[in-house]
Design a protein around this ligand. Structure first.
Ligand code: ADP
Ligand code: ASP
Ligand code: MG
Length: 401
């Protein structure tokens, strides 16, 4: 009998009625003769609310305690879903991450999964129980609770599916699949029935929050196919797997990331070791840097800007200000009012001119580009946050017919 892993996101378990609906879906899957492992996220906006509470007490909350706090959100969902399943006459066993054998490293608030000891899950499945696992969390080598970064329940589901060699991993969410752009911003966006890991990874890294990028990375590395579906609508679904590129659309999707922030060092001495000093310090603090731009230097000085996730801007700014002083810069500023729009497509590898088309479309719409970054299959532009949604719609209209 095959194992099916199903993951239900925050909006799918946002209230009691929705939790009851998920219990119906889960028990129906078991009735069809499958062994079922369910991964759940925290209810609705719980994680945001918990972060908010912490920030009201401490500007930079200690990350170990932050993880302790955040892990509670998914545990609430687990307990309630198990009760709803039992209420339908089925047996369920709820497991927080550490009881499900999810061992991580010790990088609090964005830990990586190292191993999964599946013994407990398998024992419960053998007893014909539906196993409900708390997403987004694990336990460090020091036996502390860790969390896996925002959207991390996706990673829990993918990693468990891999460890159990599940038949399929189903990611249930509030949209019917992966679209050519966020359907909540671009109503004309179309569903993509099958997509390669590579493109899905670029989309996720560019901020399409429908899948966490680390989860896609993990799925690609260990060849774990998964499907993204709606909890509420039967039809649709996007299969994410290894697919060969077929000649077709040059751009397959466009993405907007409104969770970016920018730091600029003005008038920094242009000498060897400066970039290494700045980015070395940020790396040591486990802060991921996305786009970096350095201006042409004039009389031995230059300006240098980079972007980070907005959740890390306070820490990044504090570190940058200290280094700015040390290097003798004129000033260091931080700017939260930016957004990143990205076009993605395997077809871009063989088609020059995509960048020019993107820049022209943005120019025609009167949108100024502040930073640019490209890779083999994507082009990203930083724009003002107020222009972000317009930029997304403009670029979608340009490339996706
Ligand atoms: P969950 O709570 O189920 O994890 P998320 O809110 O994390 O759900 O992700 C689903 C959301 O992702 C959708 O509601 C949609 O607004 C957003 N999204 C962004 N880009 C895309 C895309 N290309 N296709 C589908 N959804 C997208
Ligand atoms: N609850 C966590 C978050 O909001 C994890 C998840 O939903 O996947 O980021
Ligand atoms: Mg999510």
């Amino acid at each position: 009998m095959g194992i099916i892993v199903q993951k239900y996101g925050g909006s799918s378990v946002a209230d009691i009625e929705k939790i009851k609906h998920v219990a119906e879906k889960v028990t129906n899957t078991q009735k069809k003769g499958n062994k079922v492992v369910v991964v759940v996220s925290a209810m609705g906006k719980t994680t945001d609310n918990l972060i908010n509470l912490a920030k009201q007490i401490h500007k930079n909350p200690p990350t170990r305690e932050m993880d302790l706090l955040l892990s509670t959100g998914e545990i609430v969902s687990v307990a309630l879903l198990c009760m709803a399943i039992e209420n339908l006459g089925f047996e369920a066993e709820g497991l927080p991450g550490f009881l499900a054998g999810i061992r991580t490293d010790n990088i609090h608030t964005k830990a990586r999964i190292r191993t999964i000891d599946t013994r407990r899950i398998l024992e419960e499945l053998k007893k014909d129980k539906i196993v409900v696992v708390a997403g987004f969390q694990g336990i460090s080598p020091e036996d502390n609770i860790t969390t896996l970064g925002r959207g991390g329940s996706d990673l829990t589901a993918i990693a468990i599916a891999g460890a159990l060699k599940a038949e399929i991993c189903e990611i249930y969410t509030d949209v019917p699949g992966v679209f050519t752009a966020d359907p909540n911003i671009v109503p004309e966006a179309r569903i993509i029935p099958v997509i390669s890991y590579k493109e899905m990874l670029e989309m996720a890294s560019a901020g399409a929050k429908v899948m966490q990028s680390r989860a896609v990375e993990f799925a690609q590395k260990y060849h774990i196919p998964f499907v993204v579906k709606s909890t509420f609508i039967e039809n649709g679904g996007t299969m994410v797997t290894e697919v060969d590129f077929k000649e077709g659309a040059v751009v397959s999707s466009v993405t907007l990331d409104e969770k970016q922030a920018k730091i600029t060092f003005f008038h920094v001495p242009d000498r060897p070791g400066v970039a290494a000093r700045i980015f070395g310090a940020l790396g040591e603090a486990n802060i991921n840097v996305d786009i970096i731009v350095q201006n042409v230097s004039t009389s031995g000085y230059t300006d240098l800007s980079f972007t980070v996730n907005i959740a890390e801007i306070e820490r990044a700014f504090e570190i940058s200000q200290n280094i700015g002083k040390e290097l003798g810069c004129k000033s260091v500023t931080s700017d939260n009012e930016i957004a990143k729009v990205t076009v993605i497509g395997l077809g871009m590898m063989n088609h020059p001119g995509v960048a020019a088309r993107m820049f022209s479309a943005l120019a025609r719409a009167g949108i100024n580009i502040e930073m640019i970054s490209t890779s083999e299959i994507k082009i990203s532009c930083i724009v003002r946050k107020k222009d972000g949604q317009k930029a997304l719609k403009t670029v979608h209209q340009e490339f996706i017919k």
